[in-house]
Design a protein around this ligand. Structure first.
Ligand code: FES
Length: 281
């Protein structure tokens, strides 16, 4: 029996935005019934490329349904660009965590989102052409999908790869190949300079200035479009304390906004290991 959080149970028993959408502007479909999990994500997108409605149909276990429900809640109201920043970890975090062996459900959500955005932009995704060879034939998992899961989630073992992608969880014939790919990707990750855009050794003043500029130029304008805002409360070492305001302060997706958008933007523009925390008062 899996140890699910209350939030997973809530989204499984009472999923939000379940069902097909007749007039969807974009549809993303991933997984297959043969593999045991399949997700079809529907998006309604306005003229500013903002997702105004999202719904899903999922065939799968409790965590697959909860992850799909969480995904739709996270992306509603976001622009396609903002939604693209949502990682499988954000989906799992929104649910208060998923059992490690069920993390592949959050990965499936993230893939459905990518597929739907590609569909909206008119990009057709022949799997092998875009993602390389299929490495696990039991579950149709490509090398690129495994590579991405390793890098995004810092996976270190073959068991991790199976938990996050399902690859290797069937006949087991691909396990050796997964091990080789894991070693290769981890070696590449070690060689990579930790941060390409990082200005070396920021002083506190430089960090403060860059944070304020990024908030002003890149973050507030997006939040304001939805009637929200953000206040900088303090910066302690690399921890940025902020207060969400307006509609953001009571939005169910505020955590995802904070991590998936605000923190991601600051990591991109200021320092890669900067952290953002909300001050609630
Ligand atoms: S080919 Fe990967 S588990 Fe069978």
């Amino acid at each position: 029996m899996w140890d699910y959080t209350d939030k997973v149970k809530e989204h499984f028993l009472h999923p939000k935005n379940a069902g097909a959408m007749e007039d969807a502007d974009a549809v993303g479909e991933v997984g297959s019934l043969a593999c045991g999990d399949a997700l079809k994500l529907y998006l309604k997108v306005d003229e500013n490329e903002r997702i105004v409605e999202a719904s899903f149909q999922t065939f799968g276990c409790a965590s697959a349904i909860a992850s799909s429900s969480a995904l739709t809640e996270l992306i509603k109201g976001k622009t396609l660009e903002e939604a693209k920043a949502i990682s499988n970890k954000d989906i799992a975090d929104f649910l208060g965590g998923l059992p490690r062996q069920k993390m592949h459900c959050s990965v499936m959500g993230r893939e459905a989102l990518d597929a739907a955005i590609d569909n909206y932009k008119g990009i057709s995704r022949p799997k092998e052409e875009l993602e390389g060879e299929i490495l696990c034939h039991c579950f149709g998992v490509t090398e690129e999908k495994i590579r991405q899961a390793i890098m995004e989630n810092n996976l270190t073992t073959v068991e991790d790869v199976t938990s996050f992608t399902k690859a290797g969880g069937g006949c087991g014939e691909c396990l050796e190949d997964i091990g080789e790919l894991l070693d290769k990707v981890r070696a590449e990750m070690k060689k990579r300079p930790p941060v390409e855009k990082q200005p070396a050794g920021l002083s506190n003043v430089q960090r403060m200035q860059l944070v304020m500029k990024t908030l002003e130029d890149e973050i507030r304008p997006s939040l304001k479009q939805d009637g929200g805002n953000i206040e900088l409360v303090d910066i302690i070492a690399k921890k940025v304390l902020v207060r969400l305001q307006g509609t953001c302060s009571h939005c169910p997706a505020s955590k995802a906004t904070l991590k998936g958008f605000v923190e991601a933007k600051l990591r991109e523009q200021v320092e890669p290991d900067i952290q953002v925390e909300e001050v609630v008062s």
